[in-house]
Design a protein around this ligand. Structure first.
Ligand code: FLV
Ligand code: FLV
Length: 420
């Protein structure tokens, strides 16, 4: 007989993510990390309870161990923050190896080293153009509207091969999907609209494979073949992935590539503007940029509460607690990034720390962010360029007058008014 005594002993904490200002860390998450590192929670939507795993070592275990399944989440009304689920049913987020491995291998075709070199050059061009426009607009200006929003939007469209005319509506739908407050119907509608658009783009790429034959392509032909919409269409043609899987993949990469990077970039600039000694350190030593990006990724609480659960397929001991088969489990990459077992003085933003690269901001295991290289290069180009162009850059309003998005899954400022 299976016994799991901790199940009946541990309390169930109701966790409704607060709308926190700035980069304030969720006090509930801190308390769990330090006092009850494997706990039970109930979130505002869905049914029942789930486990919350907060320590770095335990988060790594749960996110890489095949005894915890994403596939098994499908069809279950798991307790969660938003009324809806973010990914499409056919997306990688809901797949386990070996299916997951097969799908991810197709995506890797758009993230080759050559493709990333091309995108780094393109990122610099795009950003320089946006900063020119911001300069023409004049001080003060909103850094979210001028840079943090359009920059990743342009880059993910480059990666994907999304036509310029579709970019704004895609960004708009993406925001709708990642709102917990918009309501289920509005979010599901946004998700369906985005999926329809990608289905059309992938369908068109399937019907036009001849355009990608070497003797017909223009000079940028090689680059075009690496665009994700084409890579996915080729994967569908070859029978490696299903059409719905291809659409699910495109939707997730669009969401991460626009919404997540917009907010994280704005948060990075905000963090540096409000830590002047750290900013001075970065400006004195530009070679520090890649390490600074890691430390900012570690330090910034990217999201409210937790994302997508996994289901324990058998009883598993995690941090001395037995999680029973069938229970839902959430990991917190945010709390893992503040674990004092791994990070010295974890609450301190310190660009010189040598342990920042152990952060889990891009997750861990098979679901590790497929866009991490692109996200990282965008942040590197941004932090290496912004203060060269605007050496006097500073907040245009007192810090406590900044407005932070409410009822969202991914945290960030509404606007970031700056002067120079
Ligand atoms: O891709 C995911 C993701 C991205 C992100 O930027 C934040 C997240 O919390 C998540 C997530 O929870 C699940 C993903 O699949
Ligand atoms: O924020 C979430 C999220 C973000 C994301 O970019 C991809 C996702 O799959 C998710 C998710 O599943 C749940 C989230 O709360």
């Amino acid at each position: 007989m299976r016994t799991a005594p901790t199940t009946t002993e541990s309390p169930i904490h109701f966790w409704s993510p607060p709308d926190l200002p700035g980069l304030e860390f969720d006090p509930f998450l801190s308390r769990m990390l330090h006092e009850e590192p494997v706990s039970r929670i109930r979130l505002p939507n869905g049914a029942g309870h789930a486990w919350l795993v907060t320590r770095h070592a335990d988060v790594r275990l749960v996110s890489a161990d095949p005894r915890f399944s994403r596939r098994a989440v499908l069809g279950r009304d798991v307790t969660r923050v938003a009324p809806h689920f973010i990914p499409m049913d056919g997306a990688t987020a809901f797949a386990d190896p070996p299916d997951h491995t097969r799908m991810r291998r197709v995506v890797a075709g758009a993230f080759t080293a050559r493709s990333m070199r091309r995108l780094r050059d393109r990122a610099q061009q795009v950003l320089d153009g946006l900063l020119d426009e911001m300069e023409r607009h004049g001080s003060p200006a909103d850094l979210v509207a001028h840079v943090a929003r359009p920059f990743p939007q342009a880059m993910v469209s480059e990666l994907m091969g999304v036509p310029a005319r579709d970019r704004e509506s895609m960004a708009h739908w993406t925001d709708g999907i990642l709102s917990a407050a918009a309501g289920r119907t509005a979010s599901e509608r946004a998700k369906a609209a985005l999926a329809d658009r990608f289905a059309a783009l992938i369908g068109a790429a399937r019907r036009a494979p001849a355009a990608r034959l070497p003797h017909q392509v223009p000079a940028d032909g090689d680059a075009r073949r690496e665009q994700l919409v084409d890579v996915l269409a080729d994967g569908v043609e070859a029978g490696t992935i299903g059409f719905d899987e291809a659409v699910g993949l495109a939707v997730l990469i669009q969401i991460g590539g626009t919404h997540a990077v917009r907010n994280n970039s704005a948060n990075m600039v905000y963090a540096l503007l409000t830590h002047p000694h750290q900013l001075a350190r970065l400006r004195a030593e530009p070679a520090l940029v890649p390490r600074a990006v890691d430390e900012l990724l570690r330090y910034i609480p990217h999201r409210n509460a937790v994302g997508l659960a996994r289901i324990a397929l058998e009883d598993v001991e995690v941090g001395g607690v037995t999680i029973p088969a069938g229970d839902a489990v959430y990991v917190s990459y945010l709390s893992a990034n503040r674990d004092p077992e791994v990070f010295a003085d974890p609450e301190r933003l310190d660009l010189d720390r040598d342990d920042a690269a152990s952060h889990l901001a891009f997750a861990h295991g098979p679901h590790y962010c497929p866009g991490a290289t692109l996200a990282r290069l965008e942040s590197e180009v941004l932090l290496a360029t912004l203060w060269d162009r605007f050496p006097g850059l500073r907040l245009a309003v007192p810090e406590d007058e900044l407005r932070w998005q409410r009822g969202v899954l991914i945290r960030g400022p509404e606007e970031l008014p700056v002067r120079w």
